[in-house]
Design a protein around this ligand. Sequence first.
Ligand SMILES: [Mg+2]
Length: 258
Amino acid sequence: MQTEILAAVQQALSASQEVFLVFDRDGTLVPISPLPDATSVSPLLLCGLADLVSAGAHVAILSARGLTCLSRDFPSTSLMLAGNSGLEIISAEKVYFCEARAAASRGLISKAREALSGWLSPQYGAILEDHELSLCLHWHLVPMRFLPEVFAIVDRFRSAFGTLSVRTLPTSFEIWPPVVWDKGFGLEQMTAMLRLKRAPLVLYAGDAEPDEAAFAWVNAHRGVSIRVGSSRKTEAQFCLSSCGSLVDLIAALSLLRS
Ligand SMILES: [Mg+2]
């Protein structure tokens, strides 16, 4: 599988096409942990990403996490970072983008975080991640006896903050500003911010349902889409078994130009 992916990228390079390599963070570059704050980006991975940049590729992270978290995890100034699925982006040249309606909702998200923090008793074991433009409420560590109370709080939240959208994911609720957006829109914006004369070959690797929109965007733009760590039905053209396989691929990609 890795050979096929490398061949697709090599073909773009031999046609003198620029290459834009975009990676999701959790479950793709970094294994998922029950505690979101417990995951860290290894120095080996950071070196691999830096090698890609040195080899002439444009490299980016596209994650549901906030930009503050991504800037801390990926301190290299040579990477484009896209937080909140691309609602907020900082390019390698330090050009900043924030989707207008998301920016206008920043204060409301902050109020929503304060309200939820007050309503959720620490004994529930729920984890509220603040991504600044959005929130994520994880309930996978909530004991069964507290789940009805946590779900009732989410219902109360929906009534109190009707402007914000609440997406139900397998073990969490994502609280979003009133913006129609997904990672496909994120990739569109990120590619535009590269300001290239000719469309690059875009490679995107992700691991979960929210990445499917990015796979669809990449496929429509004749790029390379990779789903990591899952054999479930996917739009991605290629599958890799684990984050480790992707790290190996990154090392192999950096050698392509040499
Ligand atoms: Mg992920």
